[in-house]
Design a protein around this ligand. Sequence first.
Ligand code: GDP
Length: 480
Amino acid sequence: FEEARLSTRALLDYSENFFHPTLRLGVTGLSRAGKTVFITALVHGLARGGRFPIFESMATGRISAARLEPQPDDAIPRFDYEDHLRTLIDDRNWPHSTVDISELRLVIDYQRRNGADRSLTIDIVDYPGEWLLDLPLLNKSYEQWAAESLSLSRQDPRVRLAGEWHAHLATLDPTGRENEQATLTAARLFTKYLRECRDEQFAMSLLPPGRFLMPGNLAGSPALTFAPLDVPLNGEPPEGSLWAMMRRRFEAYKDVVVRPFFRDHFSRLDRQIVLVDALTAFNAGPEALHDLESALAGILDIFRIGRSSLWSALFRPKIDRILFAATKADHLHHSSHDRLENILRRIVERASTRAEFAGAEVDVVAMSAVRATREAQVQRGHERLPSIVGTPIAGETSGPEVFDGRTEVATFPGDLPVELNDLFKAGTFRGLAAGRPEDADYRFLRFRPPRIDCRNPEEIILPHIRLDRALQFLIGDKLL
Ligand code: GDP
């Protein structure tokens, strides 16, 4: 029955595509990578004629209009573009981040190179990257997953955050009677540990199950209430035991959460952009960078088409282009943008050899969807230093200074190293990240969105870095 339902949908997708060429563009990335800001800027730029010199169809004037249309999938929330844009421009604040899947339909009217008028419908699907990293769970037993999660949590730096959860774990008897309260506490402490691993300071990436961090509409449901137990890999739980209960819920998680996501959403995507907050990982140090690389290998593995035993024919992806984008490049001086791009390229290359990746065209870009800084030369003693100028968010600190959200500051974002290996050497990069040279705290300052002159809303243009390059790769070939 399910197969029949899916082939009906595939047929509907196909016939819709025949009459109205439609591209489903997936936008993903771990939480705070920049998905919401990216989609808002992309839609605004297309609809309002942003400055996109590298996006050929727009630069040559072949796009006559781009407009929003009602989103076609009744069961998916609409991406709240208007509200996000208002927050960004009128309030000069960053919009609320992605916490669930959402979708938006954009129709582009354009002239083909041969002169014929056409339209292309783009369904933008925004979903948490955490969900993607759940796919490997399908091939794992509860016992395998528990053993892996425990062994990871005993390594540095995670072990420093796992204390409370480990202490509770030590009080549990897996073969004892099932116990809802103990399970709730274990799930809560395990989730708290995962959250802390994601914190800026540690910036770990590889933390399944993804819904523990991004529950979407499933928060609090039993399928999300389980945790690892210290149990033998090949053991069998006694009936009615805590272990049996955890195992049952782990299986439920796969059935009601993981499989439906891949079957109903992921398998329908045509193109994918994966946003990566590489700068935060660099700042957190080599462990975070290793973890990011593993997460990207995991993601590439998921895109590996055909070969993987994980894919039943029902939810094999058809994605033929994947763009990995390092976001927030406006935290660096432009002289480092190519370096950021090269470093991400190296990470993706390394990850893709591990994943034996084949199947889709992959590219890499360093960009900023909404550029919050400008560049300036600042005189310091006899030196003129290339710096970036922006308004730090109220409450951001730099050493003893606390910013009020109104004052502009110039910072010197150190140079990125040319070689990826230099980033992996402990301590080499921490000292180079943003902040003023005299600061002891090298965390990146978070800036407010740029001030935009909005006297005429029709003429508002959002500044960006290389957003047009991303667009050209993702949809340029569909507009020829
Ligand atoms: P999501 O969780 O992937 O949806 O991430 P968001 O799009 O909400 O972005 C998370 C945060 O990253 C925002 O609140 C901003 O602080 C920051 N951010 C995102 N994009 C940019 C950018 O282009 N430039 C700068 N400076 N900050 C950005």
